[in-house]
Design a binder for this molecule. Structure first.
Ligand code: UDP
Length: 487
């Protein structure tokens, strides 16, 4: 490392080990590096190739160096299988609590690293709440990255503070989230049972820890842009008193075809050229893209309903399937793939989502309402069918369908960690209806027009002098200023 690098502002990124968190964090690190900040990413051996690949790609496209710091991951000490170092793996083994224990043990290497390196800022994931205290020991400000919308952050806090669900008598009765800029109604069934319980259980404790650490932190980095949810960006700072910087959509830093094709994970399961060739044969806006994020596995009965709903809708589709526990024949109705030949492409495994979404043949996105996917859909001007299942996805659905008005809900009503909760299904008729509503008719066109306007705003936000570009500049300047004060 030369003298120049030693003089620079040094920001360290510590992503949570889940693809949906690592992918945007890598993009954020690239954005900082591109603004002349010395940038280091903490990772573990299993995720290192993903990180290295992203860095090499970034450098190839003109980014300055990004450094890595590798913490060995205590899988064996916590009874996890060898190499189980991401949530995406842990969920398959039904071992999330053990995984979280192992993650927490990374506080020791983190403290050693911070003591030795003394960076000027630590940007760490919301699921690493203990990092606030580790950083504080060495006077390093910690910024939190949640990976979700301003809207979800605000709604979540309002629910936490006011507990409006206490006023209803059953799981389906709606309650209003008080004091938000819009009237937002939810039901208890859209929250986890643990969260709705009176007593303080493990998951409520974890949630409180996350919130406390957010309040104690230096601030929050949000992957969003001001024009998308200005009411909630303002509410978050003015009403909830958080310091926050919006710097997204961060996925837009992937500009070249290679960047988009190789984002996030090592190997796409189908050759991207094959997918693009298939899409090239389709009419503009004629294909619906269906994906439930990086890890959701769908149970066999739900797969059947999706397949039948898709077939009945008569629209062309790309359906990304992540299941790997059951055999495929068991999951799809007999003869479905043969019947759908030419009409639908089923892809098992990983797809280059960014590249596919921006293809002109893709006309809509059916999403589980993970924030990355929603924002990627917005950045490519797509209307959506929303199908939330868990975490903050029900909030994101509200933003997309009721506030931005670019989505149609499929009608998922119950918190449902697929595939564990097999007693809850969204039926084929509802799926067909929502797909038709988002793909056909005048209202669909209006929705698409609104989505296209948001896309234009998103692109502007990250250009020089755009709102996100500027807010990142404000944050970096502030950190530089702090650095000078400390020296
Ligand atoms: N993704 C992808 N290919 C896939 C599945 C997902 O590139 O086959 C990316 C997607 O573009 C997004 C991220 O993985 O950036 C998933 O994040 P999201 O917040 O949508 O959902 P999560 O996986 O966290 O539930």
């Amino acid at each position: 490392m030369d003298d120049d690098e030693l003089q620079k502002l040094h920001v360290v990124f510590f992503p949570f080990m889940a693809y949906g968190h690592m992918i945007p964090t890598l993009d954020i690190a690239r954005l900082f590096a591109a603004r002349g900040v010395k940038t280091t990413i903490i990772t573990t051996p299993v995720s290192l190739p993903i990180v290295t690949q992203a860095i090499e790609k970034a450098i190839k496209h003109g980014s300055p160096a990004i450094y890595t710091e590798i913490f060995s991951f205590p899988s064996a000490e916590n009874g996890l299988p060898d190499g189980c170092e991401t949530v995406n793996q842990a969920i398959k083994y039904y071992m999330i609590p053990k995984f979280m224990q192992a993650v927490e043990m990374l506080n020791t290497p983190l403290e050693q690293y911070l003591e030795k390196t003394r960076p000027h800022c630590l940007v760490s994931d919301m699921f690493l709440p203990w990092t606030t205290d580790c950083a504080a020991k060495f006077n390093v400000p910690r910024l939190v990255f949640h990976g979700t919308s301003y809207f979800a952050l605000c709604a979540e806090e309002i629910v936490r503070v006011y507990k409006p669900y206490k006023n209803v008598s059953n799981d389906e009765e709606t309650f209003i989230l008080p004091s938000l800029p819009h009237e937002v109604k939810m039901t208890k069934s859209q929250f986890s049972e643990d969260f709705m319980k009176e007593e303080l259980n493990e998951s409520k404790k974890e949630f409180e820890l996350i919130k406390e650490s957010e309040i104690k932190s230096y601030g929050v980095i949000v992957n969003s842009f001001y024009e998308l949810e200005r009411d909630y960006a303002d509410f978050f700072s003015k009403e909830l008193g958080r310091r926050a910087w919006h710097i997204g959509p961060v996925s837009l830093c992937n500009r070249s075809i290679e960047d988009k094709a190789k984002r996030g994970i090592l190997e796409a399961s189908k050759d991207e050229h094959e997918c693009l060739k298939w899409l090239n044969s389709k009419k503009t806006n004629s294909v619906i893209y269906i994906c439930f994020g990086s890890m959701a596995q769908i149970n066999a009965s739900q797969m059947l309903e999706i397949a039948m709903g898709l077939e009945a809708s008569q629209h062309d589709f790309i359906w990304v399937v992540k299941n790997d526990r059951q055999s495929e024949e068991e999951l799809l109705p007999q003869g479905f793939e043969q019947r759908m030949e030419g009409k639908g492409l089923i892809i098992r495994g990983w797809v280059p989502q960014l590249l596919l979404l921006e293809h002109e043949a893709i006309g809509a996105l059916l999403t589980h309402c993970g924030w990355n996917s929603i924002l990627e859909g917005i950045s490519t001007g797509l209307p959506m069918v929303t199908w939330p299942a868990c975490t903050e996805q029900f909030y994101n659905e509200k933003l997309v369908t009721e506030i931005l008005k670019i989505g149609v809900p499929v009608g998922a009503k119950k918190w449902n960690v697929v595939p564990y909760n097999v007693d809850y299904l969204v039926r084929r008729n509802a799926i067909e209806k929502a797909i038709r509503e988002v793909m056909e008719g005048d209202e669909a066109q209006e929705r698409r027009n609104r989505a296209m306007k948001l896309k234009e705003m998103a692109l502007k936000a990250v250009e020089v002098d755009g709102s996100s570009y500027n807010d990142l500049g404000v944050l970096i300047n502030e950190l530089r200023h702090n650095k000078l004060k400390v020296v």
